[in-house]
Each structure stands twice: as C-alpha cells, then as structure tokens.
Design a protein around this ligand. Structure first.
Ligand SMILES: NC(=O)c1ccc[n+]([C@@H]2O[C@H](COP(=O)([O-])OP(=O)(O)OC[C@H]3O[C@@H](n4cnc5c(N)ncnc54)[C@H](OP(=O)(O)O)[C@@H]3O)[C@@H](O)[C@H]2O)c1
Length: 350
C-alpha cells in the first residue's frame, strides 16, 4: 500500500502517542528537588483541578506566593482551604482570582486585579485547557479549543508582559501536549465553517498553537530576562476527558486509573519546567518526563506558521490603546502590528 508523506507522518504520530499512553506510568520520573521559592510569585491558570491544582500545591509547598486563577472561584476557595488546612500561615500567600479564558473582559479584569496586588511575576503557568468539546464558541465567537487553550492564554500573557519583563528571570510555562503532532493549522477557518469539525483534531491543533506561540514569544523576548518553555505533562488521569460522550468517558475512567499518571505525577513535569536548575538555563524548549528535552516535529518549528498565528491572534483580540502602547514600548509588537492594532482599536471605538 502506498502512503503519502502525511499518511506516514500521522501513523507515526499515532504510534508515538499510543506508546506514550501505554508507558506513561512505567517511566521512572526523576525525583523532584523541592526548591525554596520564598517570595517568588506564581500564577497558575486552571488551578482548581487536575494538573493545575497539583502544580499549585508544589509551588505552595515551596513557599511561593500563588495566585489560583480559576473560572469557578468557589472551587478555587476550596483548594485554597485545602492547601492551608495544615499551615494557616499560607493563607496570606495564596489568592483566588476569577479568570474565564473564554471571555476577554474576564481576562482583562483578572489582569487588573493581579496588578492591583502590586506583586512581581516570576512564573506564569498556562495550564487551563479543554478537550473533546462539541463544536462551540467563546463569548468572543472563537472555537472553544482554540479560544481557551491558545487565544485566552495568548491575551493573558501579553497583558501581563510588563510584570513579566520587570521581574528578573521570569518564566512562562505553557502546558501543551504530545497530541500537537496531530494538529494542523487552518487560520482561514478557525471556526470550522468550511471543514468538518473533529473535536480531537481541534484539541491537537490548539496544542500545536501553544508551541508556535512559545517560539514566536521567545524570539520577541530574546533580549529580555524572560524565558518561555512548553511541557507535556504525560498522560494523566484527570477530568480533562469529561466532555467526551458518556461511553468513551466511562471507558476512559476504567483504563485511566490503571495506566495513566496521577495528577501529582503530571504536575512534576510542569513544576520542573519552571524551576529545575538544569532546565532553567533553556528557553524555547519542549520537555516531558520531568527533565527530558523533546525535539519538535516540523509542524511546530515552522516560522511562517508561528508568525501567521501571532498575527491572527492579535486580530482576534480587542486591545485597548494603552495596552497597545505598552506592548509597543516593550517591543513585543513590531511596528506594522502596532499600527494594525491601533487602527483596529480606533475602528472599534468610533
Ligand atoms: N490529562 C492529560 O493527560 C493531559 C495530557 C497532556 C496535556 N494536558 C493538558 O494539561 C492541562 C490541564 O489539564 P488537566 O488534565 O488537569 O484537566 P482538568 O482537570 O480538566 O483541568 C483543566 C482546568 O482548566 C480549567 N478551564 C477550562 N476551561 C476554562 C476557562 N474557560 N477558563 C479558565 N479555566 C478553564 C478547568 O476549570 P473548570 O474546573 O472550571 O472546568 C480546570 O481547572 C490542559 O491544558 C491539558 O490540555 C493534559
């Protein structure tokens, strides 16, 4: 049988993903040296469950100040209470702030609340994510996987750029996934108006966007003390598959408890990507299994795609003029992008 090059590529990608799932629990993860991070400030998105919650716990145990960025603040408060149950002194070092990545107003309001705390920002952990959602859209009319997993985090990062750059040796950690191998960028049809919607493909593409965003951001921050990395946490038993149909979810639950990693194990790779002394010397890398560097496949190192994704993402966000000026002064926006954002902003205001 003849396979075209994409056929071979996707067979290899599926095999790698299956191998990763089957061996997820078998891989011996390097024990983490819990670092003392007194006074470091960390924002973790999606910190009320799964990998995000366990990553936040590791930072809390390290003595860091942790902002739990949660869509559901009630759940966030419960997590805070759990973290503080054995050590009441932690109460003054943990904040729960509302963040809904489907809504630009909510992202902006999160950033304003964070800025009002007047804290530096050492680690920004972009963890929140959705998987397998039926075709649906964010409040700003963008397909949900692209909107939450990529665009919401893109906007959040840009609005926090001032805080990140003003903090020495700050780091952005993007929780991506090996499924990026199956992603393909269709920037002319992100809302699936011209193609058949497949939720897993939409997820994989959003995880590819994570990596393309990392590379483009890295380029623009080269001269700064800010580093950006992406991580695959492994295949982890969490609630992430809850949007799949009843039967698939039932099967997932049966198998997951046997073969997948626990959220605590998944969080180790995320925490290490932020603080491991060996990994800290790199920027623009993709890691897994705590301290393993993974080479990226061609779809994630395509410079033209990173640039197009960046421009498309900018065009989907309603920036305010002071935000555009801030991004220009930090040299995060190129001159043509600055002028375009300003023109879009003026058009919306008039
Ligand atoms: N589990 C795995 O095997 C695996 C593998 C590779 C990568 N990942 C990645 O790991 C990350 C964490 O996933 P998980 O497995 O820990 O799943 P999870 O338990 O479902 O956690 C996802 C988190 O994202 C939050 N979230 C979803 N939509 C949001 C929105 N619109 N605004 C703000 N927060 C939102 C969820 O909040 P709610 O509770 O309010 O929904 C939840 O806290 C995701 O990016 C996922 O793609 C997971």
């Amino acid at each position: 049988m003849l396979w075209d090059s994409y056929g071979w590529y996707s067979v290899r990608a599926w095999l790698w993903l299956l191998f990763d799932i089957i061996t997820s629990r078998l891989v011996r993860l390097k024990p983490i040296q819990q670092r003392l991070l007194n006074d470091a400030v960390v924002v973790v998105t999606g910190a009320n469950s799964g990998i995000g919650k366990e990553t936040a716990r590791l930072f809390v145990k390290s003595g860091a100040k942790v902002i739990l960025a949660c869509r559901n603040c009630k759940l966030g408060q419960q997590v805070k209470e759990e973290f503080c149950s054995k050590d009441k002194a932690r109460e003054n070092k943990i904040w729960v702030l509302p963040l809904d990545l489907t809504c630009q107003t909510s992202i902006r309001s999160f950033v304003e609340q964070f800025k009002s705390l007047q804290l530096p920002l050492d680690y920004l952990i972009l963890n929140a994510g959705v998987l397998g959602v039926p075709l649906s859209y964010t409040k700003d009319n963008v397909e949900l996987h692209f909107g939450v997993n990529h665009l919401g985090h893109f906007m959040l990062t840009l609005l926090l750029m001032e805080n990140l750059i003003q903090t020495k040796h700050s780091r952005v950690v993007i929780v991506s996934s090996l499924t990026y191998l199956l992603g393909s960028l269709h920037l002319d049809d992100i809302n699936y108006k011209k193609r058949r919607y497949r939720s897993f493909e939409a997820y994989a593409t959003s995880k590819l966007c994570n990596l393309l965003f990392m590379r483009e951001l890295c380029k623009r921050c080269k001269s700064e003390q800010l580093s950006v990395v992406a991580v695959h946490p492994g295949d982890v038993h969490t609630q992430v598959a809850r949007h799949f149909g009843k039967w698939i979810y039932y099967l997932y639950e049966q198998l997951a408890s046997i073969i997948l990693r626990s959220p605590e194990q998944g969080a180790l790779s995320v925490y290490a990507a932020a603080v491991d002394p060996y990994l800290s010397s790199f920027s623009g890398i993709f890691t897994m299994n705590v301290d393993q560097l993974v080479a990226l496949a061609p779809n994630a190192i395509h410079d033209a795609s990173s640039k197009c994704l960046w421009k498309k993402s900018l065009s989907l966000i309603s920036f305010q003029s002071h935000e555009i000026e801030m991004l220009r002064s930090l040299r995060i926006l190129y001159e043509d992008e600055y002028l375009q954002c300003l023109a879009d902003c003026n058009r919306e205001e008039s």
